[in-house]
Design a binder for this molecule. Structure first.
Ligand code: SF4
Length: 181
């Protein structure tokens, strides 16, 4: 959390510290405190559907250490998750199952479309493949690449954290972000 030596929080900072008051008092806004907790404790719902899922699994392994971002708790349980990572080709046969799992996740929830297939259907201009998971569920961050490397997924996760940081508890979500592979 950013701190500044002023007595009130400005629009640029999320907290303020007043050195004239004894006892280390920090001022903040409810939005900032709640968003700070939310962005640092994302519980992913891994929706691995094809080759991109291998990169998702690599991101969860020790080499890339996704727990640095507080997002290592992958439970395969929609009711305990708040960010769905769609990684792979979404066929029409699977699409409604993905939607059902999304609907079972409690609010607030976010979605990352990982890779070309999840974002746009990728190279599969086919009658069997959904041309982007955003046809069914709202996507917050798109990650390009075929497949994106684990670093790109971590970049997407950080973009999502930035987005959550700016959300209001009483207003709608911001526009989607795009992370480069
Ligand atoms: S984007 Fe590429 S690597 Fe990812 S699921 Fe599609 S074909 Fe596989």
């Amino acid at each position: 959390m950013a701190t500044a030596d002023t007595s009130a929080a400005s629009p640029e900072t999320h907290a303020a510290y007043d050195s004239k008051i004894e006892g280390n008092i920090i001022f903040t806004r409810v939005d900032s405190a709640v968003n700070w907790m939310r962005k640092n404790s994302l519980w992913p719902m891994p929706m691995g559907l094809a080759c991109c899922a291998i990169e998702l699994m690599a991101t969860g392994a020790s080499r890339y250490d996704i727990s640095r971002f507080g997002a290592e708790v992958m439970r395969f349980s929609p009711r305990q998750s708040d960010v769905m990572i769609v990684s792979g080709t979404v066929t029409y046969k699977m699409a409604l199952a993905v939607k059902r799992i999304w609907d079972q996740m409690p609010e607030p929830k976010w979605c990352i479309a990982m890779g070309a297939c999840a974002s746009s259907g990728g190279m599969y201009r086919s009658y069997a493949v959904l041309q982007g998971i955003d046809n069914l569920i709202p996507v917050d961050v798109y990650i390009s690449g075929c497949p994106p490397r684990p670093e790109a997924l971590l970049e997407g996760l950080m973009r999502l954290q930035q987005k959550i940081e700016g959300e209001s508890l009483f207003k709608g979500k911001q526009e989607p972000e795009t992370a480069e592979a």
